[in-house]
Structures are given as structure tokens and as C-alpha cells.
Write a protein that binds this ligand. Structure first.
Ligand SMILES: Cc1cc2nc3c(=O)[nH]c(=O)nc-3n(C[C@H](O)[C@H](O)[C@H](O)COP(=O)(O)OP(=O)(O)OC[C@H]3O[C@@H](n4cnc5c(N)ncnc54)[C@H](O)[C@@H]3O)c2cc1C
Length: 373
């Protein structure tokens, strides 16, 4: 069960700090500390490692709440959870305390998949890993790692030590590992508190930090990471949309054209725009709930739902936050309203891998009976 009281408190802390986090581009330390002190970092981890044992429905609900308060905090939470579920699926034998540490909030996790060489095609890392007895030497240029330098444990993809083309290995790497460095600052249009910096890895780590067998990484990425990431990323898009929608309705209902003695909502064009926003948001939320249920209780449509839900929510968020900006006029543009942050934060979803365009292509391939890769 979701610890609603704790979630409410964390959401409030995130909301209170969101503007400063965005303006100054700083990591949302207060909200992340509050997450660490709650049970929420273990929300979907199994109870036998100290988690709450919740499923995709609760996960998307929590992310939607966090995103409506602070997009950066929500994205940090999403990356932690994707790392956690992947570790839980194939716990690295050399890190026996990893899952309990993540569940109890001592270890914040993140995902280091995207690379300079293969860009958004995260399933095809060009980085290398070579085994030498019980150690593995990893060389990788990671292009964006959310919580870089702040996370305690990193889910790192590399080309497989098998040397076979297309095979991937996944490793758990701890903060402070020799040769693992944050390679630049993070300055984004939105999600400015994310610390999504590039990282350079040139490290030797125990082979026992690998998840599963040699070459098992691709399957773990697709079967475990992808469903949770796509659901969570969609939930962030809709949480940001919800915040923009609520703020826009509030503004057009209260801002007055005094010479006409009426609110902006008296204009039929404005009413039609806010109706479109609300209907789109409601439809997307219903689809997200449907997709989350189908990931929790898989059937033959689950993979299509997983592919569709992120692209669909990402693109809806672009439209909803754009409309919110439009109906609120210069008041939104000049930052008098908390809408332009949601507008900027919402630009990230569609370009986060798998990007919306890639997902449309995958969906088209899937329904046409073509292989995805
Ligand atoms: C805020 C933020 C946080 C991030 N955090 C992380 C993180 O924590 N971990 C991580 O691993 N990565 C992270 N990323 C990286 C992200 O997942 C993507 O890999 C990255 O945004 C892709 O950018 P790019 O310039 O390399 O895109 P490119 O790959 O260069 O894509 C450019 C355009 O081409 C399109 N395109 C590419 N291939 C295809 C195709 N086959 N079919 C159709 N269209 C295609 C894309 O959709 C896009 O529109 C983050 C990115 C952002 C913006």
C-alpha cells in the first residue's frame, strides 16, 4: 500500500522547493532526502528485501503526484525505481546488500544506458567490457545519467564481455568506484534539477557485480526495465500535464477582463481549449491505468501497451502544456504562473529513450508482424 501521508509530505517539500530547483538548476536535495527517509524508495521492491511490494498502478500514482509538484524529483525517482526493479530481477551476487539498501533509502539508484556513440539507441551500447578472471574492465562514455554524482548505485550497460555483436551486459557500479567520473555539468531546458550529466567510466570491477549471465543484459533491459520505464515516464508526462491543466483552469477562471466584467473563461475559444486539455488528460490517464494493469497482469497486449503508453503520454503532454501556455497568455510566458516550468519539463519525455518516434516505429513494426530489432 502507498504510504499516503509520507507521499503527501514529500510532495509538499518537492513543491516548496521546485521553483528554486528549476531557477538555480540544483539537485532537489530536500525532496530526495525526504524520499530516502520514507519507504517510497522501496515502493515496488519485494517485501523480503524490505520493500513495500507494490505494483505498477501504485508506482504510476506516486510518480504522477511527484511530477505535479516537481518534475526533476519525479524523474530522479523514476530512474531509481527502474534501476531497483532491474537489480531485483537479477541481483548481482557480489552485492548482497544492494536491494535492502535501496529499499531502506540508504542507496539511491539510477540508470546509465545512453551513450555518445549509440545516442538514444540504448539497446546497442558501443562501450566495451572485457573479462580478466574475476574482474571486468569497463570503458564507457555515458551521455546523460540522471542523478549523476548524487546516486549511490548505477545500473550500467556495456557491450558484452562475450564479444558477440548485439549482446549487452548490465553491471551495478557504486558511487566512488575508481575511474567513474561525472564528465560535465547538466544544463537543460527543463528538468533542470535532474543532474543528468554525462559520465565517463574507465573502471575495473568484480565480475560478480554483473546482473545475470554474460549477455543477459538485453533481455533484462527489454523485459524488466522497459515496461517500468515507459509506464513511469508516461506518469511523469501526465503529472506535469495535470499541474499545467490545473493552473490554467485556475487562471482563466480568475483573471478578469474588467472592462467587460468577465473572466477569461467567458471566452468560448478559451473554454474549448481547456476542454480539449481536460479531455486529453482524462483519456491519457485512463490509458495509463490500463497499461499499468496490463504490466501487473500481463496478457498478449501488454507489449503493445508498453510501447504505446509512453509515446502517447509524451505527445499529449507536449500539446497540453502548450495549450496551457496559450490560454494563459503573457501571464504564463512571463512566469507569473507555474505553467512554463511544466511546459519546459514536459519537453523531455518524448526525447528520452526509447524516444516517442522510435516507439511509434516499434509499434508499427509490432502490429505489422515485423521484428522490432
Ligand atoms: C532530461 C534527460 C534525462 C535523461 N536521463 C537519462 C538517464 O538517466 N539515463 C540514460 O541512460 N539516459 C538518459 N537520458 C538520455 C535519453 O534517454 C536519450 O538517450 C537522449 O535524450 C537522446 O538524445 P540524442 O540527442 O542522443 O537523440 P538522437 O538519438 O540523436 O535522436 C534524435 C532524433 O532522432 C529520432 N530517432 C532516432 N532514432 C530513430 C529511429 N530509429 N526511428 C525514428 N526516429 C529516430 C529521435 O526520436 C529524435 O527525435 C536523458 C535525457 C534527458 C533529456
Amino acid at each position: 500500500m502507498i504510504p499516503h501521508e509520507a507521499l503527501g509530505q514529500i510532495t509538499e517539500i518537492a513543491r516548496r522547493n521546485a521553483e528554486r530547483v528549476d531557477t538555480e538548476g540544483v539537485f532537489p536535495a530536500e525532496a530526495v532526502d525526504a524520499l530516502r527517509s520514507s519507504d517510497l524508495l522501496g515502493l515496488v521492491l519485494p517485501e523480503d528485501v524490505g520493500g513495500l511490494g507494490c505494483g505498477p498502478m501504485e508506482f504510476t500514482e506516486v510518480l504522477g503526484e511527484l511530477a505535479s509538484a516537481c518534475g526533476s524529483t519525479a524523474m530522479i525517482y523514476l530512474m531509481h525505481t527502474v534501476a531497483a526493479v532491474t537489480f531485483a530481477d537479477a541481483p548481482p551476487p557480489g552485492m548482497p546488500d544492494l536491494l535492502t539498501g535501496m529499499a531502506e533509502g540508504a542507496l539511491l539508484g539510477t540508470v546509465a544506458f545512453s551513450e555518445k556513440g549509440s545516442r538514444s539507441h540504448f539497446w546497442a551500447p558501443v562501450s566495451s567490457a572485457s573479462a580478466n578472471g574475476s574482474t571486468v574492465s569497463v570503458q564507457a562514455d555515458k551521455s546523460w545519467v540522471t542523478s549523476a554524482g548524487y546516486a549511490d548505485v548505477y545500473l550500467v550497460s556495456t557491450g558484452s564481455t562475450s564479444g558477440s555483436a548485439g549482446e549487452v551486459d548490465l553491471f551495478a557500479m557504486s558511487k566512488g568506484e575508481a575511474g567513474m567520473t561525472v564528465a560535465g555539468p547538466w544544463k537543460g531546458l527543463g528538468l533542470r534539477g535532474n543532474a543528468s550529466s554525462p559520465m565517463r567510466i574507465d573502471s575495473s570491477i568484480p565480475v560478480a557485480h554483473r546482473l545475470g549471465d554474460e549477455g543477459a543484459g538485453f533481455g533484462l533491459m527489454m523485459d524488466t526495465g522497459l515496461p517500468w520505464f515507459n509506464l513511469g515516464n508516461a506518469a511523469v508526462s501526465l503529472g506535469l500535464s495535470s499541474a499545467a491543466n490545473t493552473a490554467a483552469i485556475s487562471h482563466v477562471s480568475s483573471a478578469r477582463l474588467e472592462h467587460q466584467n468577465e473572466a477569461l473563461s467567458a471566452l468560448p475559444t478559451i473554454r474549448a481549449q481547456i476542454a480539449r486539455m481536460g479531455i486529453s488528460l482524462t483519456a491519457q490517464q485512463a490509458f495509463l491505468a490500463h497499461a499499468a494493469r496490463s504490466v501487473g497482469d500481463p496478457d498478449e497486449a501488454t507489449m503493445l501497451n508498453v510501447l504505446a503508453v509512453k509515446a502517447s503520454a509524451n505527445d499529449a503532454a507536449l500539446e497540453i502544456t502548450d495549450t496551457a501556455m496559450r490560454v494563459c497568455g503573457g501571464a504564463a510566458f512571463s512566469k507569473h504562473l507555474p505553467i512554463e516550468r511544466a511546459f519546459r519539463d514536459a519537453r523531455a519525455g518524448s526525447v528520452m529513450a526509447p524516444t516517442a518516434d522510435v516507439l511509434y516505429d516499434f509499434y508499427g513494426k509490432a502490429v505489422s508482424g515485423l521484428p522490432l530489432f
